[in-house]
Design a protein around this ligand. Structure first.
Ligand SMILES: *Cc1c(COP(=O)(O)O)cnc(C)c1O
Length: 388
């Protein structure tokens, strides 16, 4: 397990001693993950997906670090996010995945942004805007090969080459998105590749993009001209059935605000959902669900039970959550940690070491993606590296 090293932190925002938790963000690991994905991408351009505030770590810090690593193309979900990326990456190519909202074309032109067009209405609107401006602006076209969510259907995609509007703008990218790329043996992957290739071969000369993080590791035919990793950049495991090839980017520490002994037959937390069978030592942490730590990680049962619930590392030892996660507090059972190794004011690890974002997601009944993108605004954020 790679150790996070947080020397030379660039502190930002809320001071550490007045925050309930400290979020460590390693921008060197982010850059290193981008380079390692590029090395896996078989010569395809490696873009970066930085939607949702760069999966929680901060667009304004992540994008310059990725830019310095050599990344030239960024994807966001919303137009507002694209404007934020433009402010810190004046020369980058920026795509907006969620499509062209009616009437927003002038904003795309103003900030030199590229929409990902996902319907004939959007294609028509972009084409007429470009025609009116006499400008051959770039856009991507999204073909839906199985998600049934966003993009032209495959039959619609196969009619694209006959549509006159395509001459009014430059289709810089033809893209689709995997349904289950993290399940390498799922037959839907091959079906999507086949459907995408039918559309792609009907539009020769247009660069093609299919893989997300997990798609890069699938094997078989893709990568094509550009790959679109998100999660793996931020340290998530793109190959969940194997060891994680990525470096951890995010660490979370929480402060102990109280320690107490709870007598046998007493409960801990809201609704008394956790019962001490013997006398237990409980540490109260100043992080809760208002910080984005899922309430679904609550530990409901009895002391000593093996529960699928939250966990903290205290002086290197795993300590299970005890009771419901509150809005601003989490209670953990530290009875097994020597008394002098756990004191008021100490910090414990909520994300880090074996508590990876994937593991925290699993223990919370969700996925690591949701853990990252919910990382709250009350933490002190300690950024490290990112200078190249
Ligand atoms: C979010 C997203 C990605 C990135 O996916 P990861 O699984 O995070 O790598 C790529 N392409 C599209 C269309 C997306 O919406």
């Amino acid at each position: 397990m790679t150790e996070l090293n947080f020397q030379n932190n660039a502190r930002s925002g809320i001071p550490e001693n007045s925050a309930g938790g400290i979020l460590h963000i390693d921008l060197d690991a982010l850059a290193s993950n981008w380079r390692s994905l590029r090395d896996h991408a078989g010569g395809a351009e490696t873009a970066a997906v930085v939607k949702a505030n760069a999966y929680g770590i901060g667009i304004e810090r992540a994008v310059p670090a990725l830019d310095r690593a050599g990344c030239r193309t960024f994807f966001v979900a919303h137009l507002s996010e694209a404007v934020r990326v433009r402010a810190v990456a004046p020369d980058a190519t920026i795509y907006v995945l969620n499509g062209l909202s009616a009437g927003t074309s002038p904003t795309y032109a103003e900030f030199d942004l590229h929409p990902v067009l996902g319907s004939f209405e959007e294609i028509d609107e972009w084409a007429s805007f470009c025609r009116a401006q006499s400008q051959n602006r770039k856009a991507a076209i999204h073909v839906d090969t199985g998600m049934n969510r966003l993009g032209l259907t495959v039959p619609q995609g196969l009619t694209l080459r006959d549509r006159a509007e395509l001459k009014d703008f430059e289709t810089a990218l033809l893209m689709s998105h995997f349904v289950s790329a993290e399940e390498s043996d799922n037959p839907v992957n091959g079906q999507q590749i086949e459907a995408f290739e039918a559309v792609r071969s009907s539009l020769p000369g247009i660069p093609a993009s299919l893989p997300n993080s997990s798609g890069i590791f699938l094997g078989g035919k893709p990568p094509y001209d550009l790959v679109r990793p998100g999660y793996a950049l931020y340290g998530g495991n793109p190959t969940p059935d194997r060891d994680n090839p990525m470096k951890p980017v995010v660490g979370l520490e929480a402060r102990i605000v109280q320690l107490r002994w709870v007598e046998a037959d007493h409960t801990v937390g809201y609704n008394g959902r956790w019962l001490a069978l013997t006398r237990r030592r409980i540490a109260t942490l100043s992080v809760g669900y208002a910080d984005g730590y899922p309430r679904a990680a609550s530990a409901r049962g009895k002391s000593g039970d093996e529960l699928l619930a939250g966990m903290a590392l205290v002086a290197g030892r795993p300590c299970p959550f005890a009771g419901n996660v509150s809005m601003d507090l989490i209670t953990i059972d530290v009875t097994d940690v020597p008394e002098d190794q756990v004191r008021r004011g100490d910090t414990v690890t909520l994300i880090g070491g074996d508590l990876t974002v994937d593991e925290v997601g699993r223990r919370s009944g969700t996925i690591g993606y949701e853990i990252l993108t919910n990382l709250g605004q009350r933490y002190a954020r300690a950024y490290r590296g990112g200078q190249g």
